[in-house]
Unconditional design. Structure first.
Length: 839
């Protein structure tokens, strides 16, 4: 026998390799091997975590083969690559998703069973990397899944936070934050690549000096240097051989700096320097939709951005692509403004370090970046005080001034004699304390600017970025968000998938528009019965979980009415609470009233410094305490706060929803993606005309969506004419009673002070117009209750929702990005066979 590629092959003996084979037998053998040689344990003393690790390494081996084939192919072809820069990647657990994408979930399930283990228990063992706050970070993760599935060469670049988003506990109804030590049991999915470490400069000052040829140049003399070490995680596509890379940077001290201090006798100083450096990647800022303005946060931004740009340049050098071709080799997508300091950093690298003329460098820069805006909230738009910025990044500030000078010349040319416009558009806000406006910088330095839902993009053009739209209309475009059906259907909802597959096959997993085919079965009573039964089983699972974790009994025949998302006033969880209190008040006034039983489920974290958001969590728990115990309620209403909402938990909860609460003030939620995950799992939405709700309603049909509330225009108009929340309170007795009960201390053991700040917000200025939308919300909820009583009608609506959600796959979003402005092509990856020849 000889090697298979030889022409004189006599007999080919193929032995399934333990690191690549996918059969049950091979998987069992590989698992035992990893338990022994990686974990160093034999089964009798192995912990559940050891078993999890052994399985994770077994799966990782199978990823590595695809990963190396992919890397080799990209490198050989010097393929055009998407670099997705994001301060957050909310990846969620990796094991289950990799099993799905490898197509070996069932084999592994069987292998574990035969070894006397329970795969579901092992999946539960995984500590998820919670390196994001919410929608923005999770979107980045969905996009990586779709990029790999569509075989698009791509790299995700971000920060390897040692502590991700805090774990949430609830004590006496209040949120308590606990450090997220996700790395403490080890992370089997990452590979450190110390050989590709880079250094990043911070602080200090700039000097103008002659170089060795006598030419004057700007030199940046930093007062701190930190080292970035890349940690790589393979990102496998669904049933493809493509495995792309998520590259996260960890900050460490530069040895030479330690030695310097050490040599000078300052041992403690040297150790301190190490701590300061490592602090940069220590913890994720836990803010959602609000800018922090802290020095360390800016350090995090420049840190990962500079590491990533230098990494791209290293890759180009290795692939022998000249630097001038940067925009052909890479398109850099800026996930919000957090990485927008990449624009001056690329300019600095090209001009200062590669001696490129400014114009040429600016040409390259402008063609390389594309910017996604994710918010309309003014408090979330990043701006850095000039003092702070210049202290940390003196050279970048100079570069921004130069960009601004040239940009304002351009504005002056296009709009002569319009000084107010110049003031409005300047990259430097000079209205009071001076700030760098990061969103404006991103607009000037990018060739594309997109919003994340149709309405959001229109509002950007009309309002937040209006001047930039007039300046560069051709840059603006919309890319409606999407979510990956692999994680949020296949992995999280196996019951639904079995039912779907039995009717329409499994093509929908790669082409979500295939779900349309379900419409043919909506009139089939047997199918509707199966659908109903499926939902009931899922709800039973969640009910069991609630019983186990909170000791609350919930009725699975009640409507599961769920609001799960970050806590923020604009998302209006407290409007939902006003509805609960209203129903409760109706029962108190008439205990025999005929109402549709509901279970209200809440999940979500509040930023630790956001007092009102935390008070809303307390309010939910306080109302729950009363409602759940009041004998008059007779179990018709239940209120449950599910603590520590994260990706793992989200996967469990979305499938169980009957009703999805998407009730933000119109014009505030850029898109929302939870709205998509709920509807894809058969929940009906009650929602405002906000973000992607507008498009969901368009797709599923107005008759399958419960719409309420003011439109964006009406919100603006009402604000303009002078909104008086007090008038709504006075006019509507149900609203008045609901608020009075909160204000009087009914839900706070008679203490009227506890919720006073919240009540004052509502009756004072009610920025998010809860009182204006209350009546419409309550009346619509009454229609929801009515509809749920006709369970057959409800099931039809549920089926039609799923059938018509095809648009909201992140595959569609990514295809749109690719075709519209990334201009990047799929690259097919061939798996080289591993064949063992016997001698
Ligand atoms: C957000 C928007 O608020 C969401 O409406 C949107 O769906 C996502 C993704 O585009 O982006 N913007 C934002 O700052 N957050 C969002 O979720 N918050 C964070 O997660 C930090």
């Amino acid at each position: 026998q000889t090697l298979p590629n030889s022409s004189e092959t006599v007999t080919e003996v193929r032995v399934e390799d333990d690191r690549t084979g996918l059969s049950v037998e091979t998987l069992k053998r590989a698992f035992a091997d990893n338990l022994f040689y990686i974990q160093g344990k034999f089964p009798q003393i192995a912990s559940k975590n050891d078993f999890y690790m052994a399985l994770a390494y077994t799966v990782r081996d199978r990823l590595l083969r695809r990963w190396l084939n992919t890397a080799e192919t990209y490198s050989r072809n010097a393929s055009r690559t998407v670099a997705y820069l994001s301060a957050e990647f909310l990846m969620g657990p990796q094991l289950g998703n990799n099993l799905i994408n490898l197509g070996i979930y069932d084999q592994v399930n069987q292998a574990m069973q035969e070894l006397g283990l329970d795969l579901r228990e092992l999946l539960e063992e995984e500590e998820e990397p919670g390196l994001g706050n919410g929608g923005l970070g999770r979107l980045a993760a969905c996009y990586l899944d779709s990029l790999a599935t569509l075989e698009i060469p791509s790299l995700g670049y971000g920060i390897r936070y040692e502590f991700g988003i805090f774990d949430q506990d609830i004590k006496d109804g209040w949120q308590v934050e606990i450090t997220d030590k996700w790395l403490s049991a080890g992370n089997p999915w990452e590979l450190p690549r110390p050989e590709w470490s880079v250094e990043v400069k911070l602080g200090g000052h700039t000097e103008k000096r002659a170089d060795e040829h006598g030419n004057f140049k700007i030199y940046w003399v930093p007062n701190q240097v930190v080292k970035g070490i890349p940690y790589d995680t393979p990102i496998l596509g669904y049933k493809t051989n493509t495995a792309n890379t998520l590259r996260l940077w960890k900050a460490e001290a530069v040895e030479s700096f330690d030695f310097y201090a050490f040599d000078s006798g300052d041992y403690l100083g040297a150790v301190h320097q190490k701590t300061v450096s490592e602090n940069i990647s220590k913890v994720l800022y836990p803010n959602d939709n609000s800018a922090q303005g802290k020095e360390l946060r800016l350090a995090q931004q420049i840190f990962f951005v500079s590491c990533s740009l230098k990494d791209m340049m290293r890759i180009m050098e290795q692939q022998k692509v000249p630097l001038e071709q940067f925009p052909e080799k890479f398109v850099i997508q800026l996930n919000d403004t957090h990485p927008s300091v990449a624009i001056p950093e690329l300019m600095r690298l090209l001009v200062d370090e590669y001696d490129m003329p400014w114009e040429k460098a600016w040409g390259i820069t402008k063609q390389s970046f594309a910017y996604t805006n994710h918010t309309l909230l003014p408090e979330a738009l990043e701006r850095w005080p000039i003092g702070l910025f210049g202290k940390m990044l003196p050279r970048h500030l100079e570069i921004i001034y130069e960009i601004n000078k040239r940009f304002l010349d351009e504005v002056r040319m296009k709009f002569p004699d319009d000084t107010d416009r110049l003031r409005r558009m300047s990259l430097i806000d000079e209205s009071g304390e001076r700030y760098v406006r990061m969103a404006f910088l991103a607009c000037v330095g990018s060739y594309s600017i997109n919003g994340v839902a149709a309405l959001h993009t229109e509002l950007l053009k009309k309002d937040v970025l209006h001047d930039f739209y007039e300046m560069y209309p051709e840059k603006f475009n919309n890319k409606t968000n999407g979510v990956t059906p692999r994680r949020f259907m296949v992995l999280s909802n196996p019951r639904l998938c079995r039912l779907l597959n039995s009717k329409i096959g499994d093509e929908w997993i790669k082409n979500l528009y295939e779900l349309k085919k379900l419409e043919a079965f909506v009139e089939d009573p047997e199918f509707r019965r199966q659908w109903r039964e499926m939902k009931l089983e899922i709800k039973q699972d969640v009910a069991d979980y609630i019983k186990k974790t909170t000791d609350i009994d919930v009725n699975v025949n009640s409507m599961f009415d769920i609001q799960a998302k970050r806590f923020h006033e604009y998302k209006r969880q407290h409007l939902n609470v006003l509805h609960i209190i209203t129903l409760y008040n109706r029962i108190k006034a008439n205990p025999d009233i005929d109402i549709t039983p509901r279970t209200f489920l809440f999940g979500g974290k509040a930023a630790p410094g956001y007092y009102i958001a935390k008070l809303i969590i307390k309010l939910i728990n306080s109302v729950g305490d009363i409602v759940n115990r009041d004998p008059d309620v007779r179990d018709r209403l239940k209120v449950v706060f599910l603590k520590d909402f994260n990706v793992k938990f989200a996967q469990r909860i979305y499938p169980s929803a009957d009703l999805s609460e998407q009730i933000s003030t119109a014009g505030k939620e850029a898109s929302g993606t939870g709205n998509m995950k709920f509807a894809l799992n058969g929940a009906i939405t009650i929602g405002t005309l906000d973000g992607a709700n507008v498009e969901i309603r368009e797709e599923v049909g107005a008759e399958n969506f419960f719409l309420f509330g003011l439109t964006t225009e009406e919100v603006y108009a009402l604000k303009k004419e002078g909104y008086q929340p007090w008038e709504y309170y006075q006019k509507d007795p149900e609203l008045k009673l609901a608020i009075d009960r909160i204000a009087s201390g009914f839900f706070s053991h008679g203490d009227p002070k506890l919720f006073k700040p919240l009540v004052d917000h509502l009756l004072g200025n009610d920025q998010y117009m809860l009182l204006a939308d209350y009546r419409s919300y309550i009346d619509t909820q009454d229609r929801v209750s009515e509809a749920y009583r006709d369970i057959d009608r409800w099931v039809r609506m549920s089926i039609l929702n799923v059938a018509r959600m095809g648009k909201f796959s992140s595959d569609r979003s990514i295809r749109d990005y690719c075709e519209d402005f990334w201009k990047v092509q799929p690259v097919n990856i061939e798996l080289k066979e591993y064949v063992q020849a016997t001698a």
